[in-house]
Design a binder for this molecule. Structure first.
Ligand code: BGC
Length: 760
């Protein structure tokens, strides 16, 4: 299809019309030219196709579909290949249902445990988020179905989400909040990007030319269309100029009319409208020309796939006395309503109308396991009556092991609002305490999209974090609890001991319509590690029913240029008696750094299956980005020459292997010295130091013990050479003449400054 030719035949009104939706879920058709409508649907972890009575918040039913684990869970798998497979399945269902684009993945950073939508987001870490998002997009798009990576950008809270401004410095955006989008765009080229509701430093994402054009398209090379989040458009004309192609859902034609008026009055270049239409039609036709509505949608097979994925996402947080896995011969008590009716997905636009759901109780009974059940608490009443607790205690006493299924009910975390605390329902905590008091062999299985406080952690023997594991979560839980699957999930976020420990605690939510990202780059483990703080469970943590040993960290060089790459190899061995999957994690840190940087940052990970006794070597390639920070002066990634640490192991706090590499920068930062530059900075810059040497020497004489002391022994003792140096360190260059001695002139100093600044 010659899209340009097509657009050239469209009237201005038709073009402006194409730039907004026909209804909630369709782009417009232009019948005169044979341009078809195309459908988009939510995402991200299942197909939420609404046929009639459309609304975007899940109030009305959508078609029956398969709910896969939410991103909070899939991130814990640390397994991009698996999530790619999930993407393929989603793509097949979209082909079957004639949906051109599935609205996801959602990659906003989990800045605070409070964000109501955390369950839909991957991680506090940008590298992990980027790797998982890229794989999901590749999977979906391999089926010729588009994705919409969202919500671009800095949409890490729900509070005032449609008006709040996320105020953030550029370095923090580049290092924390952008990389997941960047990697996905560079490596997987999503068909569409969804801009967020919020403003960024005062400017709505939907009308932000820096974000939507400079960064997204010019720097990262995005080729698809940008769609607004549903209702995220404030000034439509500014949006077109900024690079927002499609407004969704629609503004009843009002914004289309504004576009027409702006073009007619010369305020908006018609070429920009043409460009938006071309981008939209490119995607519409990419879908229609590859549509395969006869693709089968095997929901049963996808249910089994959802169960397999869910099992590989679960994180065994604690397992004292190897209480898990459970024996199929023992009497086990399942306690808590979530055993029967699990919480496995979140509320809002991602809500799937499941064709089936399986809770753990049903799954255990289907296997004929000896499991008793007590409700424990009521989600609807948010209460545990005395009778419920007594029944739970009785069941626990009679059982070899008591397993409490707990977590956050729907109302506690949802799209559209934030949590106000990090606690679980008080009634559930009471049940856990009572059960643990009745039976020391108590296990807790958690269903939640984000960290919770665990006041009972010392009184239970095991905790299995299931996150929101999708419609087959119960099958997966039974497999993991009884050892048919060896748990291999690792935390994609830190679990702080309490909410107040979280780095964003003081600022999260902001004041009025402004929320400042004041903790900067110190999000999650970047903060806890730098502060050497205790956490409940660290980023990357996850136990297994077997044990792994890490050894032989080898680097391909001990010195590289920042233009080169470094290979890091690590061996991992299964030293236990069960097959299992290890997640080898690689972290890089700048050993000595002028910029303030985290102690370590995740720069590689690999999930490997190992039979008992088996060992494998895994290789990682590190490049400039693995060592770089964002330099706000040059607006680019920069590596400061020096020694870097490379650490490997099983979590951010379990890194038995460490090696060092020297990285040399090939980029010299521009010199912008002035009379106010201090001597210390000149001394640290060999070329500048050489040029400024005459002034340095003279100034040292002036302030040194010879001249200033008049040579007396007492004065010499009073002002040592070290002290002279220390005093000079912080002195501006103008100090060389402003103290008026030594014959140094302002002109001479200025001349040398100019020379320094010109030096390459
Ligand atoms: C959500 C998006 C979603 C859209 C369409 C919005 O409220 O923020 O994530 O894709 O609605 O349902």
């Amino acid at each position: 299809m010659d899209i340009k030719a097509l657009v050239s035949q469209m009237t201005l009104e038709e073009k402006a019309g194409l730039c907004s939706g026909d209804d909630f879920w369709h782009t417009k058709a232009v019948e005169r030219l044979g341009i078809p409508r195309s459908m988009v649907s939510d995402g991200p972890h299942g197909l939420r196709k609404q046929d009639e009575e459309a609304d975007h918040l899940g109030i009305n039913d959508s078609i029956k579909a398969v709910c896969f684990p939410a991103a909070s869970a899939t991130a814990a798998s640390f397994d991009p290949d698996m999530i790619r497979g999930m993407g393929e399945a989603l793509g097949d269902s979209c082909q079957h249902e004639k949906v051109s684009v599935i609205l996801g993945p959602a990659v906003n950073i989990k800045r605070s445990p409070l964000c109501g939508r955390n369950f839909e987001y991957f991680s506090e870490d940008p590298y992990l988020s980027g790797a998982m998002a890229t794989a999901l997009i590749q999977g979906v798009q391999s089926r010729n179905i588009g994705t919409s990576i969202k919500h671009f950008a800095l949409n890490s809270q729900e509070h005032r989400r449609m008006s709040s401004s996320s105020d953030c410095d550029e370095r923090t955006m580049r290092e924390i909040y952008f990389p997941a989008f960047e990697q996905a765009v560079r490596e997987a080229q999503p068909w569409t990007v969804m801009c967020s509701y919020n403003r960024i430093n005062g400017v709505y994402a939907s009308e932000n030319p820096w974000l939507l054009t400079e960064v997204l398209r010019k720097e990262w090379g995005f080729e698809g269309y940008v769609v607004s989040d549903w209702g995220a458009v404030s000034d439509r004309v500014a949006g077109v100029a900024a690079g927002l192609d499609l407004e969704m859902p629609a503004s009843g034609g009002m914004n289309d009319a504004l576009i027409v008026e702006a073009v007619r009055s010369g305020k908006l270049d018609e070429k920009l409208v043409d460009q938006a239409c071309e981008r939209i039609l490119n995607i519409v036709y990419r879908y229609t020309e590859n549509a395969k509505p006869d693709t089968p949608w095997d929901k049963e097979a996808q249910h089994r796939q959802a169960a397999e994925i869910a099992a590989d996402c679960m994180v065994l947080l604690k397992n004292d006395g190897a209480v898990l896995p459970l024996s199929k011969e023992d009497g086990i008590a399942f306690i808590g309503e979530f055993a029967e009716k699990p919480r496995f997905q979140g509320g809002g636009s991602s809500h799937i109308n499941c064709f089936r759901t399986t809770g753990a109780l049903e799954a255990a009974k289907a296997q004929g396991l000896k499991v008793t059940y007590a409700q424990g608490y009521s989600v609807a009443a948010d209460d545990a009556t005395d009778e419920m607790i007594a029944e739970a205690v009785a069941a626990a006493k009679q059982a070899k092991v008591a397993v409490v299924f707990a977590g956050l009910p729907d109302a506690y975390e949802s799209e559209g609002y934030d949590r106000t605390h990090m606690r679980m329902p008080e009634c559930q905590n009471r049940v856990i305490e009572a059960v643990a008091a009745a039976n020391p062999r108590t296990v807790v299985v958690l269903h939640n999209g984000s960290p919770v406080e665990m006041p009972w952690i010392g009184r239970v023997q095991a905790v299995l974090e299931a996150y929101l594991g999708g419609q087959a979560v119960g099958e997966a839980e039974v497999k993991v609890l009884f050892g048919d699957v060896n748990p291999s999930g690792h935390l994609p976020e830190s679990f702080p001991n309490k909410l107040e420990d979280n780095p964003s605690y003081l600022y999260y939510g902001g004041e009025g319509n402004v929320t400042e990202y004041r903790e900067g780059i110190f999000v999650g483990y970047r903060y806890y590690d730098k502060k050497k703080m205790d956490v409940l469970f660290p980023f990357g943590h996850g136990l297994s029913y077997t044990t792994f040993e890490y050894s032989d960290l080898k680097l391909s060089a001990d010195r590289i240029a920042d233009t080169g790459t470094l290979e890091a190899r690590v061996s991992v061995k299964n030293t236990g008696s069960r097959a299992g999957k290890a997640v080898v994690q690689l972290y890089v840190g700048d050993a000595e750094s002028t910029p303030i940087r985290p102690v370590r940052e995740l720069k590689g990970f690999r999930k490997v299956m190992l039979q008992p006794g088996e060992s494998k070597e895994v290789a990682f390639t590190l490049d400039k980005r693995s060592f770089a920070y964002w330099n706000q002066e040059i607006h680019d990634w920069h590596v400061e020459s020096g020694v870097f640490t490379v650490e490997a192991g099983a979590s951010s706090r379990d890194l038995p292997l460490k090696a060092e590499v020297t990285v040399e920068s090939t980029v010299e930062l521009p010199r912008r010295y002035t009379l106010d530059s201090i001597f210390m900075d000149i001394m640290a810059d060999p070329k500048a130091k050489e040029i400024m040497m005459p002034v340095i020497r003279k100034t040292m004489e002036i302030f040194g013990n010879e001249e200033s002391s008049g040579g007396s022994e007492a004065a010499k003792e009073a002002v040592s050479e070290d002290m002279t140096m220390a005093m000079m360190n912080y002195m501006p260059l103008r100090g060389a003449f402003s103290f008026g001695t030594g014959g140094l002139t302002r002109e001479l100093v200025l001349e040398l400054i100019e020379k320094m600044n010109k030096e390459k």
